[in-house]
Ligand binder design. Structure first.
Ligand code: XMP
Length: 479
């Protein structure tokens, strides 16, 4: 007899409340994305051409999440966007402009004026750091023909390449200086830390940053294009790549993960899968995280077109159980309609979630807001929709250029939501509230929480606002 397994989607379940000795504002929602990347907000924006380009990726990372730049862009343009995210906030200036110790003060003044900078590391004939020349050194210097080495501060305070923000603050505090050159183990200048840039960091206490204080960003690749994209992406310091396919449990994706991990030292997220076996194959291939979801997305028609899929709550549970054995995090991708679904996805075992629909209406998402019937909207479409396939995403759905499109997604519009920051606050606070109701103080505790109930259609009806005509929409609830 064929066995039919019972499966559940987010709407089929609710978490049971438990005794709580914490508060929503006190719980810790940081979580591991992949490798050693930890996000203070466990939310990713989807690699879709109506969701994540540089602007949304910057906004996401500033608030503690991360964006995955889609791949309906030429490799050069995708890499440029990654570079733009990486440059948007940094506390170590990469490869700063330096001056030679034998230049004149006149030369230095021109360089300072041209680049609008005030402090310059000084290098010797071997290009190694030998001093720093700042506004203070030049304040009383009226003879413009003097050489830099006659005026500079020799043997300045320096930092090594492993320095972190705390270490830099301590150095500034101790020495009461404005700028610190960063040097490698051979004495070559690789960076410059300024008090001003460090102060800027303080405006974004939750920002997702790499060791150098640059925002975290990912990029989508495929088994067909990774060889072209990865070198360009790495040149721009991408933090992770996502094998963005509709069927990750396939030979081409497994091979791509293996080949990439063999060739490059980079975090690779493999997907999408929806079974324990698929998760194991991607992990065995060397992936640093696995993305879960076959057909739960709001714009997906895969399940209808092909008859395939696993309701997302169960898919996440199955895959999480396998991934836990290998200490590899999983990402619940698609089907999240409300903040409560984020709590449910993490309770099912996900470490982070990926959102498309919920973020497509934001100001920072690509495209202009459109007015329809007196209300504002933004376009949102599946990467397997006819429009997106025409712009290059057909290989996600096993199509080759020139094939007659057989879409697995649709095109539409979602309500305009304004700026990301307040909206993400609604989502992350919804998650915090969920954790409070369960008495879970950390994402780890929520992932281990096992008290949930299956509900009936009447239970779902009762959960939503009912028996009322809504006159004032809430920023975190609309139907
Ligand atoms: P949400 O529910 O957040 O889902 O809108 C976003 C996720 O849906 C996936 N995706 C697709 N799946 N056909 C599909 O079957 C499509 O055209 C399509 N486009 C995106 C993707 O995993 C995304 O993150």
């Amino acid at each position: 007899m064929m066995e039919i397994t019972e499966t559940l989607s987010y709407d089929d379940v609710l978490l049971l409340p438990s005794y709580s000795d914490t508060l929503p504002g006190e719980v810790d929602i940081k979580s591991r994305l992949c490798g050693d990347i930890v996000l203070k907000t466990p939310i990713l924006s989807a690699a879709m051409d109506t969701v994540t380009e540089e602007r949304l990726a910057i906004a996401m990372a500033l608030q503690g999440g991360a964006g995955v730049i889609h791949r309906n862009l030429l490799p050069e343009e995708q890499a440029r966007q990654v570079g733009s995210v990486k440059r948007s906030l940094n506390w170590i200036i990469d490869k700063p402009i330096t001056v030679d110790r034998n230049m004149t003060i006149d030369d230095v003044k021109s360089i300072k004026a041209k680049y609008k900078i005030s402090g310059l590391p000084v290098v010797d004939d071997n290009n190694k750091l030998c001093g720093i020349i700042t506004k203070r050194d030049m304040r009383f210097c009226s003879d413009l023909s003097l050489k830099v080495h006659e005026v500079m501060t020799a043997n300045p305070v320096i930092a090594d390449e492993q320095i972190d923000i705390k270490g830099a603050v301590a150095l500034f505090d101790k020495h009461k200086i404005e700028k610190i050159p960063v040097v490698d183990k051979n004495g070559f200048v690789t960076g410059l830390i300024t008090v001003k840039d460090l102060e800027k960091q303080e405006q974004y206490p939750n920002a997702a940053m790499d060791r150098r204080g640059r925002l975290i960003v990912g990029a989508a690749i495929s088994p067909q294009d990774w060889e072209r994209r990865i070198p360009l992406l790495m040149e721009n310091s991408v933090d992770f790549v996502v094998l963005d396919t509709a069927h990750g449990d396939s030979s081409s994706v497994v091979k791509a993960v293996q080949d990439i991990k063999r060739k490059y030292s980079i975090n690779v997220i493999g997907g999408n899968v929806a079974t324990a076996e698929g998760t194991k194959r991607i992990i065995d291939a060397g992936a640093d995280a696995v993305k879960i979801g076959i057909g739960p997305g709001s714009i997906c028609t895969t399940r209808i077109v092909s008859g395939i899929g696993v309701p997302q709550f169960t898919a996440v549970q199955w895959c999480a159980e396998e991934a836990l054995k290998h200490n590899i995090p999983i990402i619940a991708d698609g089907g999240i309609k409300f903040s409560g679904d984020i709590t449910k996805a993490i309770c099912a075992g996900a470490s982070t979630v990926m959102l498309g629909n919920l973020l497509a209406g934001l100001k920072e998402a690509p495209g202009q807001a459109i007015i329809y019937d007196g209300r504002m909207f933004k376009s949102y479409r599946g990467m397997g929709s006819i429009g997106a396939i025409k712009e290059g995403s057909g290989d996600r759905y096993q199509m080759k250029a020139g094939d007659e499109p057989v879409p697995e997604g649709i095109e539409g519009r979602v309500p305009y939501k304004g700026e990301l920051k307040p909206f993400l606050h609604q989502l992350s606070t919804g998650l915090r509230k969920g954790m409070f109701y369960c008495g879970c103080k950390s994402i780890k505790e929520l992932r281990e929480y096992e008290k949930f109930a299956k509900i009936s259609p009447a239970g779902l009806l009762e959960s939503h606002a009912h028996d009322i005509m809504i006159t004032q929409e809430a920023p975190n609830y609309s139907r």
